[in-house]
Write a protein that binds this ligand. Sequence first.
Ligand code: NAI
Length: 463
Amino acid sequence: MKIKNICCIGAGYVGGPTMAVIAQKNPDIKVTVVDINAARIAAWNDEDLSKLPIYEPGLDQVVAGARNRNLFFSTDVDAAIEAADMIFISVNTPTKTYGQGKGMAADLKYIELCARQIARVAKTDKIVVEKSTLPVRTAQAIKSILHNTGNGVQFQILSNPEFLAEGTAVQDLMAPDRVLIGGEQTKEGFEAIQALVDIYATWVPLENILTTNLWSSELSKLTANAFLAQRVSSINALSELCEVTGADVNEVAIAIGKDSRIGPKFLKASVGFGGSCFQKDILNLVYIAKSYGLNEVADYWEQVIIMNDYQKRRFASKIIQTLYNTISGKKIAFLGWAFKKDTNDTRESAAIYVADQLMEEQAHIVVYDPKVTAQQMQADLNYLNTRSEADNEQNLTTVLNPYDACKDSHAVAVLTEWDEFKTYDWQKIYDEMKKPAFVFDGRGILDQSALETIGFHFYAIGK
Ligand code: NAI
């Protein structure tokens, strides 16, 4: 079965870049990415490539090469579904904020809406691909919605979770460690799997394309994220132990990581992980384990989140304590708001929670981030509902220049590991700050001894 026409529902951080690369590598397939968010679609279609809704290094060039050739962005969801022989569902699956499973389970309403829309619109057979990260056994629910249309249209459901990391999305898509495709273990299921394998095989070596049953594929994505987050929480747990014992977490991380069974990646102590996925996916895993009565399994994974929350609080408390236990009316500069470098995504960013805690102590926060807008920062704070929108606006301001952020501040806190922070004129920053001048490096990126030589009081996590 040769796929000629793909539709992807959801033009977000996953749908946009993934489909851009699929279109680039498969010029003979027409790829249409649809979304109900008209502003987002307009931005994907903007002539000015700096206006794309998602910032990812290299993405503008991939989009420029394929857009309006065989890559299209549209708000006409029905038309794209009808024309497609393969439909990717790449919509958001946030943590539920209401009802049963509130604060833990994945909210699958967007997924179900997509399934119902496909069921309503489809007139020809389709392969439906779960690209979103979903609880194990979701394909069962999608199948049951699709198979009850009564119009004789046949659907095959595949699970093809996405492993790209924001900030390196294009690189990850171009050379993925693996592509995972799960499907039904029937003749039709194997044909559908093969149709998707053929698309990836135009640029991914076959040995890196894994095929499994549906449930293994769904569960692998959740657990891969849980393993990654677990490493961050493990090293962060050690960072506090290092601080009280005189060990240096960077040295410990190198010593641990040299063990080939452990490996060096993802062992960097920090203010804590963020992003839209790690927390949501672990909570989802915890919820699934609990729903099967596996309480010890649930508790084990929940500890990864508990540790991460603690690390964010601990960083904010360190700032308060160091500034003589009073930060009321003091200006604190934040370098970085995005949850990691090279992305404009701020979902679950540590910066939001650290700012919130400092604002509770009546500090004034001034933020500089190379890619995040003032509007987004305010939206992130307002989402927490800790204080009024007017208070948030008054107590956190955003500036377009890092030196303006640091000028007259009592302390500078690094919340994101943007490379440019390392190359600033730190002497100038020191000269313009209140004394004593404090730096709190939440990402371990600055040269501690150089800054101490200038005269800064320096706090690095895990030292
Ligand atoms: P996102 O929020 O950036 O994008 C989702 C898009 O879907 C939004 O633009 C929204 O308007 C659209 N949408 C929702 N319901 C719709 C509907 N019924 N019809 C049309 N459009 C609809 O989310 P993101 O980050 O792209 O994540 C999508 C999925 O991929 C999630 O399940 C996430 O867990 C998973 N994932 C995310 C990764 C990441 O780095 N962001 C990496 C790997 C997986």
